[in-house]
Design a protein around this ligand. Structure first.
Ligand code: ADP
Ligand code: MG
Ligand code: MG
Length: 251
């Protein structure tokens, strides 16, 4: 589904990603961990197609298409959806409107008609209840005045409504209390399916107690220093990141 090969990327002329190779198949959940400043958010931003990031070498394909040639909207319409560490506030745009227009854009890209209003309301209300969110959130401007935890729930709500093929979550757990983290983790777990992949970036291991990843990758200084199964996350929690760095430099 997603194939990243020898990806190098720079921000304002300095190289942040220094050769990342990663393959994610449908049905898999991958976690990217690593110390602050390793390049985790830079990788998310490059995948999202955010401005200001220059890919200097390597390739990314999404379902065989050259992702780097795709506009941000095309990526979303092709089924790639991002949830962010700091979700943006969109004053003046109601949450429900954003959900509906995003869903209809996706359907239009597949040549389908707009979703009928009753069907849309049923879908949204089910997912809202699942995320333990009050229906009043639908009528509020997107993320405006939402607490950190409410913004993260709202990101997962979008995913549950839009059902992406690839969900990318950047530090979705930061700033969450235990209860909010469980709700977010349940949301992510309910996204798991044989035809969907999830890539999550997290600084801490605790989210991975609730969402067991198939693979864990440790990003250090712009490179994947080590990959393993979910036990690698436990080892990192117990030992920190320093030992990975040392083993790499000793190798
Ligand atoms: P992480 O998410 O792993 O904590 P980031 O991807 O946010 O790391 O940052 C990686 C490195 O890139 C850091 O050293 C950071 O200072 C640098 N960086 C990120 N954005 C910019 C920017 N806009 N200008 C200059 N340096 C940046
Ligand atoms: Mg960071
Ligand atoms: Mg980050």
């Amino acid at each position: 589904m997603l194939e990243i090969k020898d990806l190098h990327a720079s921000v304002e002329g300095s190289e942040i990603l220094k050769g990342i190779t990663l393959t994610i198949n449908p049905g898999e959940v991958h976690a990217i961990m690593g110390p602050n400043g390793a390049g985790k958010s830079t990788l998310s931003a490059v995948l999202a197609g955010r401005d200001g990031y220059e890919v200097t070498q390597g390739s990314i394909t999404f379902e065989g298409r050259d992702l780097l040639e795709m506009e941000v909207e095309e990526r979303a319409q092709a089924g790639m959806l991002m949830g962010f560490q700091y979700p943006v506030e969109i004053p003046g745009v109601k949450n429900i409107y954003l959900l509906k227009s995003a869903l209809n854009a996706q359907r239009a890209a597949r040549g389908e008609d707009e979703i009928p209003a009753p069907e849309f309301m049923k879908l949204v209300k089910e997912q809202l209840a699942f995320m333990k969110m009050d229906p009043s959130f639908l009528q509020r401007a997107v993320n405006e005045g939402f607490s950190g935890g409410e913004k993260k729930r709202n990101e997962i709500l979008q995913m549950l409504v839009l059902q992406p093929k690839l969900a990318l979550l950047d530090e979705i757990d930061s700033g969450l209390d235990i209860d909010a983290m469980k709700v977010v983790a349940e949301g992510v777990n309910s996204l798991r399916s044989a035809d969907r992949a999830i890539l999550m970036v997290t600084h801490y291991q605790r989210l991975l107690n609730h969402i067991a990843p198939d693979q864990v990758h440790v990003l250090i200084n712009g490179r994947i220093a080590r990959s393993g199964d979910r036990h690698l996350a436990e080892e990192l929690e117990a030992r920190g990141y320093e030992w990975v760095t040392e083993e790499e430099s000793a190798a």
